[in-house]
Ligand binder design. Structure first.
Ligand SMILES: Nc1ncnc2c1ncn2[C@@H]1O[C@H](COP(=O)(O)OP(=O)(O)OP(=O)(O)O)[C@@H](O)[C@H]1O
Length: 638
C-alpha cells in the first residue's frame, strides 16, 4: 500500500495527464502466436505494458522537474545553459534574417537600383556577427550543460547508493545484483542525452520556429497562416505514430531481453543439452524467442512507420504552400523582395529544428521509460533505525517475541496475518508448514530484511525497529539456502562471522560445521579462494562453510532458513548435533522441511497461508491433522 501511495505521488509529480489503456489486443495476439513464449515473459509483457502506462503519465516537464529535484543545486546552471541556448537561437535566426536582406540587396542592384554598397556591408556584417554569436552562445550552453549533466548524473548515482543503505535489505536480496547495477550505472547513463542535450536545447529548438512564425505574420499575415497548412498532416502523423507506441516499444524491449536470456541459457546449458540429447527442445525455445523478437520488432515498426513518415514529410515541408503563395503575392506586387526572400528562407531554416524536435520525442520516450525504473528505486520506502551509537540495551534472558505481526511484499497482498509467538533463550523453535505458508518471510522479518506492516517484533525485550542496523546484525546470525561466499580465502569467508577470531576458533567452527576435512583436502587448504574453489565445491559444502561462519559469530540469535537443505542425511545429523551444542543460551529459529530434523525442537510452530495453525511439541502436534499429514508425507506414507 505504502509503495503504491509513493508511486501515485510520483505520478502526480510527473503527470502530464495522458491516460493509456492496457494493450489487451496485443496480449491476445501474442497468446495466439503458438510460439513458446514462457508464462513469465507473458507476465513481463503485461507488466511492461503497465510500465508503459506509468511512463505515459510522465510529461516532459514532469521528467525535468523530477530529475532536478534530485540535484536542485544545479538548477541555476541548467537555466543558464537554457538561456545561452535560446540567445544562440535568436542569433541563428538573425543570421537567416540578415542574409535574406543581403540577398535582396543583390537582386535590387542586379535590377538596376542604385542603393549604396555600405548597406550590403552592413547586412553582411550583421549576418556574420550573428553567426559568430550563435556559435559562441551555443558552445557555452553545451559546455555548461555537459558539465552540469555529469554532476547531476553523479548526484543521482550517489542518491541511489544512499538509498540502497536505507531500503529494506529484502529488496537487495530479492533483486539480482545485475538488475540493481543496471539501474545505477546503465539506466542513469541512459539519461545523459536527456540531461545534456534535450533539457537545455529543447526550449531553444522550439524558439526558432516560433520566431519564424511571428516574423512571417508580421511581414504578411497571409504568408504567416499559409505556413500552417501542413500542420494537420503533422498532427495526424503524430497521433498515428503515438497510438500504442509506448506499449509496443515496451513489448519490443521485453522480447529483446527474452532473446538475451534464451541465448545465454542455451549457451550455458550446452553440456546438459548434449548429455540429455535435448538439442531440439532447447534450440526450439531459442528459435521461438528469436521469432517472437521478430514479431515484436515488426509490430512496433508497423505501428509507427506510416505516422512517422507522414509527420517527417509534413514537418520537412513547411514551405510547400507558403512558397508558391509568396511568389504569387510578389507577382501581384503585394509584397516586396525582402518579404519574398524571408518567406522562402525562414521556413527552410526550420528544417534542422524540426528534425531535432522529432528526435526529441523519440529520446523522450526512451528517457521516460528509463526514468520509471530509476524512480521506482528512489521511491522505495526506507527503514528508519536509530544511529549506530544509540545502542539498545538487549536483555539476553528474554527471547524473541512476535506480537500481531502482519506483512505484505511490494504487490500489497498480505502474506502474514497477525502472527504472534514467543521463544525462550536456549530453546529451539521450528517453523514448519506447507510451501508458501510464510515460514521464510517470518525468518526474514526477524532478521530485519523487511519491516512488518503492523505489529511488533522484539528481541531481548526491545522492538527490533529501535535497534540500530549494526547492532541487529551483530545479534543475528542468518543462514539461508543461498550460500553466498565472497571471492576471498575460505578462512576469510569464515572469519566474517567474527573478524578478530583466532586460527583455532576458525578451525573449531569449521570442524563443528563438518567442513574442516574437505577444506584441508583442497589444494590451498584454508587459503583457497572461494571463487576458485567454488566450481569444485558441492552445494552442501558451500552451505557448511556458511554454517561455520554462523557458528563462529557471537550472535544471540541464530536463524537457519532451510540451512541444511543440501546436506546429505549423514552430514545433516552431524550438523544438527553441532548446532544443538551451540545453541546454549541462544535463540535458535529453524525453518525446516525435513521434519525429522526438528522432532526434538522445544517448540514447533505450524504455519499455513500466513497464519499460525498450531504450536507445541512434536507429539502434541501429531493430533493436528495438517501436521500429522506432513509427518506422514515425510515418512513416505502419503
Ligand atoms: N520476495 C517476494 N516478493 C513477493 N512475494 C513473495 C516474496 N517472497 C515470498 N513471497 C510470497 O510470500 C508468501 C510466503 O512465502 P514464504 O517464502 O515465506 O513461504 P515458505 O513457507 O517459506 O515457503 P517455502 O517452504 O516454499 O520456502 C508466498 O505466497 C510467496 O509467494
Amino acid at each position: 500500500m505504502e509503495k503504491k501511495k509513493h508511486h501515485d505521488e510520483m505520478l502526480k509529480r510527473t503527470s502530464g495527464g495522458t491516460k493509456l489503456g492496457k494493450d489487451e489486443a496485443l496480449i491476445k495476439e501474442v497468446e495466439s502466436l503458438n510460439l513458446d513464449v514462457p508464462q513469465e515473459i507473458m507476465q513481463r509483457i503485461e507488466s511492461d505494458v503497465a510500465q508503459s502506462e506509468k511512463q505515459a503519465k510522465i510529461s516532459m516537464d514532469g521528467l525535468t522537474k523530477a530529475l532536478m529535484s534530485v540535484a536542485p543545486e544545479y538548477k541555476g546552471r541548467m537555466r543558464l545553459s537554457v538561456i545561452f541556448a535560446c540567445l544562440g537561437e535568436i542569433f541563428s535566426f538573425a543570421t537567416y534574417f540578415f542574409s535574406a536582406y543581403a540577398a535582396a540587396w543583390l537582386i535590387k542592384r542586379a535590377g538596376g537600383s542604385s542603393i549604396g554598397f555600405d548597406e550590403l556591408l552592413q547586412y553582411a556584417f550583421l549576418a556574420m556577427g550573428s553567426l559568430l554569436l550563435y556559435f559562441v552562445l551555443t558552445g557555452l550552453s553545451t559546455t555548461i550543460s555537459h558539465k552540469t549533466s555529469f554532476s547531476i548524473l553523479e548526484k543521482l548515482r550517489q542518491t541511489l547508493f544512499e538509498k540502497l543503505k536505507v531500503i529494506p535489505m529484502g529488496y537487495l536480496v530479492d533483486n539480482p545484483v545485475g538488475k540493481i547495477k543496471v539501474i545505477i550505472m546503465d539506466r542513469v547513463a541512459d539519461m545523459e542525452d536527456w540531461v545534456a542535450h534535450l533539457m537545455p536545447e529543447l526550449p531553444s529548438r522550439l524558439l526558432h520556429p516560433i520566431l519564424c512564425v511571428i516574423i512571417l505574420f508580421c511581414l504578411d499575415w497571409r504568408i504567416g497562416l499559409s505556413i500552417f497548412v501542413p500542420l494537420p498532416v503533422v498532427l495526424i502523423g503524430m497521433a498515428t505514430m503515438m497510438h500504442k507506441y509506448r506499449s509496443r516499444m515496451a513489448v519490443w524491449l521485453s522480447s529483446y531481453a527474452n532473446v538475451a536470456d534464451r541465448s545465454a541459457e542455451y549457451v550455458r546449458g550446452i553440456p546438459v543439452i548434449k548429455a540429455f540429447a535435448q538439442d531440439k527442445a532447447s534450440y526450439g525455445k531459442f528459435a521461438d524467442a528469436v521469432k517472437f523478437y521478430h514479431f515484436s520488432t515488426m509490430k512496433w515498426w508497423k505501428q509507427s512507420w506510416l505516422g512517422k513518415a507522414l509527420m517527417t514529410a509534413a514537418m520537412m515541408t513547411p514551405q510547400i504552400v507558403s512558397m508558391p503563395f509568396a511568389f504569387y503575392l510578389y507577382g501581384k506586387g503585394e509584397i516586396g523582395i525582402e518579404t519574398l526572400l524571408l518567406s522562402l528562407i525562414l521556413p527552410i531554416s526550420i528544417l534542422p529544428q524540426a528534425l531535432a524536435i522529432m528526435m526529441s520525442f523519440e529520446l523522450f520516450q526512451m528517457a521516460s521509460n528509463t526514468w520509471v525504473s530509476i524512480q521506482e528505486l528512489l521511491d522505495m520506502p526506507v527503514q528508519k533505525r536509530p544511529d549506530a551509537d544509540k545502542r539498545a540495551v538487549i536483555d539476553n534472558t528474554k527471547g524473541i517475541k512476535f506480537t500481531d505481526v502482519s506483512f505484505s511484499y511490494h504487490d500489497g497482498t498480505e502474506v502474514l496475518h497477525k502472527i504472534s509467538f514467543e521463544t525462550k533463550p536456549g530453546e529451539v523453535t521450528a517453523l514448519v508448514g506447507p510451501s508458501g505458508g510464510g515460514k521464510s518471510t517470518i525468518a526474514k522479518l526477524l532478521a530485519g530484511f523487511w519491516d512488518p506492516a503492523s505489529g511488533v517484533i522484539s528481541l531481548g525485550g526491545v522492538d527490533t525497529k529501535k535497534i540500530p542496523f549494526h547492532q541487529l546484525a551483530e545479534e543475528i546470525s542468518f543462514v539461508s539456502q543461498d550460500n553466498f561466499l565472497f571471492d576471498v580465502s575460505i578462512r576469510d569467508n569464515i572469519r566474517l562471522g567474527k573478524p578478530d577470531a583466532s586460527e583455532d576458533e576458525i578451525i573449531r567452527a569449521a570442524k563443528a560445521a563438518h567442513c574442516h576435512e574437505f577444506i584441508m583436502a583442497l589444494p590451498g587448504g584454508y587459503e583457497t579462494k572461494a571463487g576458485v574453489a567454488g566450481g569444485a565445491m558441492s552445494g552442501g559444502e558451500r552451505q557448511r562453510i556458511t554454517l561455520a561462519r554462523a557458528i563462529l559469530k557471537p550472535a544471540s540469535t541464530i536463524i537457519l532458513d532451510e540451512a541444511t537443505a543440501y546436506a546429505d542425511p549423514e552430514n545433516e545429523a552431524l550438523i544438527q548435533e553441532a548446532i544443538s551444542h551451540l545453541v546454549k543460551g541462544k535463540n535458535l529459529v529453524v525453518v525446516a522441511h525435513r521434519l525429522n530434523t526438528i522432532k526434538q525442537a522445544h517448540q514447533i510452530i505450524l504455519i499455513d497461508k500466513g497464519q499460525i495453525i498450531a504450536k507445541g511439541r512434536h507429539d502434541e502436534l501429531l493430533q493436528e491433522p495438517l501436521y500429522a499429514s506432513l509427518w506422514r508425507q515425510y515418512l513416505g506414507e502419503e
